[in-house]
Design a protein around this ligand. Structure first.
Ligand code: SF4
Length: 250
């Protein structure tokens, strides 16, 4: 069961938040190693790891899996103005909005993003690439880290690969506003990435080893390094996992 996210005007000045933390390091993608503050939003429209044949599981099930977690304990509605002042109090250039799937609340996210940008900050929004982003979010100094899921997620293809959002993100990427990041467990999955990349003209591509413990991430990164180089793609660590394992709030 997933959270019901109310996008009505009555709640237009608050967001359903799972957790906020930082300064810490952005652990993934082109900004890996940069200082950042994180706002993690509640709810997701996918359920990675639950389907048959899944090779890895979502590392933030507490944002959406209400069979295993208590929604009331895991999330609360936070006024946008509180989030803005919390972010600005932390003197860090980069704000990362993550989830869950943050674009499920995107109408209410616009306010937060606009106010943070106005203070000279930079924003990254992490998304699974299944929701078309509002044009109001596609601004200078906003980058979408788009992570389409592979069959190893155990999610049906029709739910995890959606043409229209991928087309929009592909166009954004060509203008420098998006990158694509694929969670991979082994070298064999790179062919599936290549098929998706070719079918939807996705670039630039970052490959990220799946795993919530440092030994697994490092072993997979070593296995993937040469094949990723050979395909002309980039490799990202999960820096937070290498440093802190699966600790929350890092
Ligand atoms: S899309 Fe991301 S947050 Fe949603 S279930 Fe998959 S891994 Fe978890």
């Amino acid at each position: 069961m997933r959270a019901h996210i109310n996008e009505t005007a009555r709640h237009s000045h608050s967001l359903w938040v799972s957790e906020r933390f930082g300064p810490t390091f952005q652990g993934e993608g082109p900004s890996a190693g940069r200082q950042a503050v994180f706002v993690r939003l509640l709810s997701c429209n996918l359920d990675c790891g639950r389907g048959e044949g899944a090779a890895w599981s979502c590392d933030t099930p507490y944002t959406w899996d209400w069979d295993r977690f208590d929604r009331k304990a895991e999330g609360r509605r936070v006024p946008v103005r509180d989030l803005v002042s919390w972010i600005l109090d932390r003197r860090v250039e980069l704000m990362v909005i993550t989830g869950g799937e943050p674009l499920l609340q995107q109408r209410r996210l616009v306010d937060l993003v606009v106010q943070v940008l106005a203070e000279g900050r930079r924003v990254e929004i992490e998304t699974n690439g299944t929701v078309v982003p509002l044009s109001d979010l596609c601004r200078a100094n906003v980058t979408f880290n788009v992570s389409p899921k592979l069959s190893a997620s155990g999610v049906a293809t029709s739910r995890r690969v959606v043409d229209e959002p991928l087309r929009v993100f592909g166009r954004l990427a060509r203008a420098g506003g998006a990158v694509f990041k694929f969670v991979v467990t082994c070298q064999a999955e790179l062919d599936e990435v290549a098929r998706l990349v070719d079918a939807h003209a996705l670039a630039p591509v970052w490959i990220m080893p799946a795993g919530t413990d440092a030994d697994v991430v490092l072993r997979r990164a070593r296995e993937l390094a040469e094949p990723v180089l050979a395909r002309g793609w980039h490799l990202t660590p999960r820096l937070h996992t290498l440093l802190w394992g699966d600790a929350r709030g890092r």
